[in-house]
Design a protein around this ligand. Structure first.
Ligand SMILES: Nc1ncnc2c1ncn2[C@@H]1O[C@H](COP(=O)(O)OP(=O)(O)OP(=O)(O)O)[C@@H](O)[C@H]1O
Length: 255
């Protein structure tokens, strides 16, 4: 079988003195769309930050595209949308400049070529922000910032897209736009790992869900179906098991 695009085996990591990942196994294969779910503080962001090299592992193994993390240099193959940041950095920058930064791993600091400019325009079109290309990022709403950060990740035309709660703070109409953008990325063959709080409009795209609790994987399989009461915020999500006598899987999805 082909090497997974992401392979975490027995991964442990600590933040300060606190063990946050306590033996996480996670494999994401080419073309898969995997949702990483779990309650607040379960370690989702830490897991994806470990994958992109922002949090060091204290144990276990990480491979990207079949290469051990410490030898992996090909970051242009990876697009990352971090959690809860804004595109504004205090420095005056236009939407075009921020999204162009997504090409840096490909172009270095050399001159921008036609292909780079086209990729930036296309990424902004995908998230419905092409008309704001010349605007200052300081003039955008929170949801628009998020769309610009997603465009920045898309502009690099990554093979692997990692997004940490891409729908947080984004209104429903924009969520639909982002779901469409993601559908197009998946159609062109991208592999996607998404940290999500709720599946929402992305649900039809998701092949598999991995649920973390207290830094451990407690479910790896079909995405839980949000139904009725349990679909409401504040309810611990329960996934009905095939065997009615068995305990349902508590995902902690919405708690
Ligand atoms: N810089 C830090 N120093 C110490 N502990 C931290 C730090 N950042 C996060 N933590 C702790 O690590 C644990 C996991 O955090 P993480 O952000 O990975 O969770 P999460 O599942 O992404 O949560 P959320 O859904 O709230 O984003 C939490 O208990 C958090 O308090």
């Amino acid at each position: 079988m082909e090497q997974p695009v992401i392979s975490l085996r027995g991964a442990t990591a600590s933040l300060g003195s606190r063990p946050v990942l306590r033996g996480v196994d996670l494999a994401v294969h080419r073309g898969e769309v995997v949702a990483l779910l779990g309650a607040n503080g379960s370690g989702k962001s830490t897991a994806v930050r470990a994958v992109v090299g922002q949090v060091p592992l204290t144990g276990g193994e990480l491979e990207l595209f079949g290469t051990p993390r410490r030898r992996f240099r090909d970051w242009s193959r990876v697009g990352y949308v971090p959690q809860r940041t804004t595109a504004a950095s205090g420095v005056p920058a236009t939407v075009r400049e921020v999204v162009s930064a997504g090409r840096l791993a490909r172009t270095g600091l050399g001159p921008t070529r036609k292909a780079d400019r086209e990729a930036v325009t296309k990424a902004l079109e995908l998230v419905g922000m092409a008309d704001r290309i010349k605007d200052s990022v300081n003039a955008l709403s929170g949801g628009q910032h998020q769309r610009v950060l997603i465009a920045r990740a898309l502009a690099g035309e990554p093979e692997l897209l990692i997004m940490d709660e891409p729908m947080a703070g984004v209104d429903l109409a924009s969520q639909e736009v982002l779901a469409k953008a993601l559908r197009e990325e998946v159609a062109r063959g991208a592999t996607v790992l998404l940290v999500l709080h709720e599946l929402g409009p992305l649900e039809p795209l998701i092949d598999r869900a991995v649920v973390l609790r207290d830094g451990c994987v407690v479910h790896d399989g079909p995405p839980p179906q949000a139904v009725g009461q349990h679909a409401l915020p504040g309810h611990d999500h329960v996934h009905p098991h095939a065997d009615p006598a068995a305990e349902p899987i508590r995902t902690g999805l919405l708690s």
